[in-house]
Design a protein around this ligand. Structure first.
Ligand code: SF4
Length: 214
């Protein structure tokens, strides 16, 4: 690999320099520990986890989305004032993210990932948000490295499931419970009561949906 300037790559145009992208946009992080901060989101296509309540099912089929050169993504990111780039999906770890994150970091940007943890970790990360799903279990290596555990609560049984993963993450890992959006009216009061009983947890709301930004 040859670096022309920090964060920009010149190299052969092979598969390692492109990624399937569903969408990318500059907005505010709406969830978890970094909620409310400006962040550039890159939503990669492809997911084999199969959550029944998934709100981005259009991301599942990788063939429906264009492959975008990494340079093009970084050029778009650099047009903004963002300090944080969030790689999400889909399940972003279905792709090797070493090159993308290396270039983002060499350009002075913080790299965050939102992952179910169901595929092997690649890339260099300043923040790993692990959101495990019942439909495909996370890999142990990612559980140990998570900076944030964010469990989507769909029904009452999810509290026990959340505690299972809270017992496996590192001591410093931040713990969040987030209501599943379509069930929020029912489960948010349950989450509030649960956090009052077990204050190691915090509430994560999908703030972006309340303020109507992407
Ligand atoms: S892991 Fe994420 S993108 Fe994949 S099915 Fe579950 S919620 Fe949807």
């Amino acid at each position: 690999m040859i670096l022309k300037e920090p964060g920009i790559l010149i190299s052969a145009n092979d598969n390692s320099t492109t990624l399937p992208v569903m969408e990318h946009f500059y907005t505010l992080q709406g969830e978890g520990f970094h909620q409310g901060k400006a962040a550039y989101f890159i939503r990669l296509a492809g997911c084999d986890v199969g959550c029944v309540w998934c709100d981005v099912k259009d991301s599942w089929d990788v063939t429906k989305h264009p492959k975008v050169h990494i340079n093009s993504l970084i050029t778009q990111v650099k047009k903004t004032q963002t300090e944080i780039v969030v790689i999400t999906g889909g399940e972003p770890l279905m792709h090797n993210l070493d090159l993308l994150t290396e270039l983002l970091k060499s350009g002075g940007l913080k790299t965050h990932i939102e992952t179910s943890g169901a595929h092997p970790l690649s890339g260099k990360w300043d923040w790993i948000c692990l959101s495990p799903k019942k439909f495909k279990a996370p890999i142990h290596d990612i559980i140990c490295k998570a900076n944030e555990l964010k469990v989507v609560v769909y029904n009452k049984s999810d509290f026990d499931w959340a505690e299972k993963y809270a017992s496996l993450v590192s001591r410093d890992c931040k713990l969040f419970l987030q209501p599943e959006w379509d069930n929020a009216a029912t489960v948010t009061p349950m989450i509030i009561d649960y956090i009052k009983s077990f204050p190691k947890w915090e509430l994560s709301l999908q703030l972006h949906k309340y303020i109507n930004v992407p």
